[in-house]
Design a protein around this ligand. Structure first.
Ligand code: GLN
Length: 500
């Protein structure tokens, strides 16, 4: 390896190959990543914890395996970061909440373990909106994260730290979770690839639950191939018996990655392309994606998703109800922050929750408590579930006519910190992503370069039928081949992180 190559110029496959062939060691790559974090993260603040000991230990183990002549995993030596709602022994899992500020991971989440088993080097835990409620990472109890393309702007959320860490070239891949858009929207705002797999494709064991019928874990990377490699690691080993919703997903995501899309069909939803609030440059990005697929021989067909306009309303009934029930465990007794000096249990519970949770986490739980109360439940929860059935049926009908659906991922590019003061405005950030969680299908956000108006990353989103996630990546790769992929944000590229 020539001197002065920053590890951030290498793909996951190149790192794994370089480690396997002895061009460089996993420890050298780990040092380079830690060095990049050291010189870049002061401005990005993607991390809540950096884990040099864990990184160097894992990397040394990888190098030892090579020295012993063992076959290395497909992610050998690849620096990876994990959203801080994922347990990893030796780290705290805070969910960016005061409630869990000192919570030590009692075990390691399956998704994290599978990346490490594939050889990945754990560099740290990333910032997020508190308990994954949000679209900007501003609701973290600790600090915001800044978008590497413009540090006056948000990285999106809730997995904003994971997206920003990849966009700043601090790590090669990362994991996030997506309940209503929290992988795809930050991927879009940070100009990286972000995939929400089909519900059940990836185990959620060891990931702190938000909305159990919606949550799904998935990877970020700077290329479709890196995301495919990470997906392979996440599904390796099949169904996780520790997550009852997990399913076998016996697919090699690299196998058909370079397949032509000729003759295959891509659905577009005309009303969505005209949706109020969709910025012209994001619309143009999707049109460019459509054109590039068409030029490669794909057929563009119009499809309808008539009930998608009700998706946000249904989500903001279902998700808070599930969040309220999931977060009831943070009662100041069993987990997390405990208010000192309370004479009664009732006071301890109430004060622990009042002081442990931030504003948005309280808003969601109060909303959930109200929606689940008798009388209200019948009026809102039932219809929301009925809307869910309608949206799922809409998708099933649409997929009779097309292989994938192409649409925006985010209505607009990265906004300024503090710009969205009205929570309902923030909720609208997920207008193109939420319906897919409601239906349980997979989706991927594909970087489409920089917007003409803002100069910030724009994107397109591909959605597909359940357990057709591999074909999403084939289409994403076809777009990437035509328009070029992601890169490290220029202000950070090559700053520290040199491989000797
Ligand atoms: N922005 C959405 C919300 O705040 C989605 C969050 C997520 O996917 N975790 O609920």
């Amino acid at each position: 390896m020539a001197a002065a190559t920053s590890f951030d110029q290498l793909s996951a496959a190149q790192i794994a190959a370089g480690v396997a062939s002895g061009d460089f060691t996993a420890v050298e790559v780990a040092r380079a990543a830690l060095d990049a974090v050291e010189s870049r993260d002061g401005e990005v603040q993607a991390f809540l914890q950096v884990t040099p000991e864990l990184a160097l230990e894992a990397a040394a183990a990888t190098d030892a395996r090579r020295a012993a002549g063992e076959k290395l995993g497909p992610l050998a030596g690849v620096p990876a970061a994990f959203k801080d709602n994922m347990n990893l022994v030796g780290t705290r899992t805070t969910c960016a909440s005061r409630m869990l500020a000192n919570y030590e991971s009692p075990y390691t989440a399956t998704c994290v373990q599978r990346l490490i088993d594939a050889g990945a080097t754990p560099v740290g835990k990333t910032n997020m909106d508190e308990f994954a409620f949000g679209s900007s990472t501003e609701s973290s109890a600790f600090h915001p994260t800044y978008n590497p393309w413009d540090t006056e702007r948000v990285p999106g959320g809730s997995s904003g730290g994971s997206a920003a860490a990849v966009a700043a070239g601090e790590v090669t891949i990362s994991l996030g979770s997506d309940t209503g858009g929290s992988i795809r929207q930050p991927a879009s705002l940070c100009g990286v690839v972000g995939m929400k797999p089909t519900y059940g494709a990836v185990s959620r064991y060891g990931v702190v639950a938000f909305g159990s019928s919606l949550d799904q874990v998935g990877p970020f990377g700077r290329s479709v191939a890196d995301v495919a490699l990470a997906m392979n690691a996440l599904v390796a080993g099949g169904r996780d018996p520790w997550d009852s919703t997990s399913q076998d997903c016996p697919v090699d995501f690299l196998e058909h990655l370079e397949d032509p899309v000729e003759g295959r069909s891509v659905g577009v939803v005309p009303e969505l392309m005209e949706a109020a609030g969709l910025a012209q440059e994001e619309r143009d990005a999707v049109l460019l994606a459509a054109r590039s697929l068409e030029e490669q021989g794909a057929r563009i067909v119009e499809v309808e998703l008539p009930n998608i306009a009700s998706a946000i309303a249904a989500y903001y009934v279902i998700a808070p109800c599930e969040a309220f029930s999931n977060l009831a465990r943070f009662d100041g007794v069993r987990y997390g922050y405990q208010e000192p000096g309370c004479p009664t249990l009732a006071e301890q519970t109430s004060k622990s929750r009042a002081h442990g949770f931030g504003e948005e986490a309280k808003r969601r739980q109060m909303l959930g408590a109200y929606l689940l109360s008798s009388g209200v439940y019948e009026k809102y929860y039932y219809p929301a579930q009925q809307v869910r059935t309608l949206i799922t049926a809409d998708y099933a009908r649409a997929y009779e006519k097309c292989d994938v659906i192409l649409m925006p991922a985010s209505p607009r590019t990265a906004f300024r910190l503090g710009e969205m003061s009205d929570p309902t405005e923030m909720y609208a950030s997920d207008m193109f992503t939420i319906s897919n969680n409601i239906a349980g299908n997979g989706g991927v956000s594909v970087p489409m370069g920089l917007g003409a108006a803002s100069g910030l990353p724009v994107s397109a989103q591909l959605q597909g039928p359940a357990f057709r996630d591999r074909s999403l990546l084939t289409f994403a790769r076809a777009i990437e081949r035509a328009v070029g992929g992601a890169c490290v944000a220029p202000a950070f590229a090559g700053r520290g992180g040199e491989l000797a």
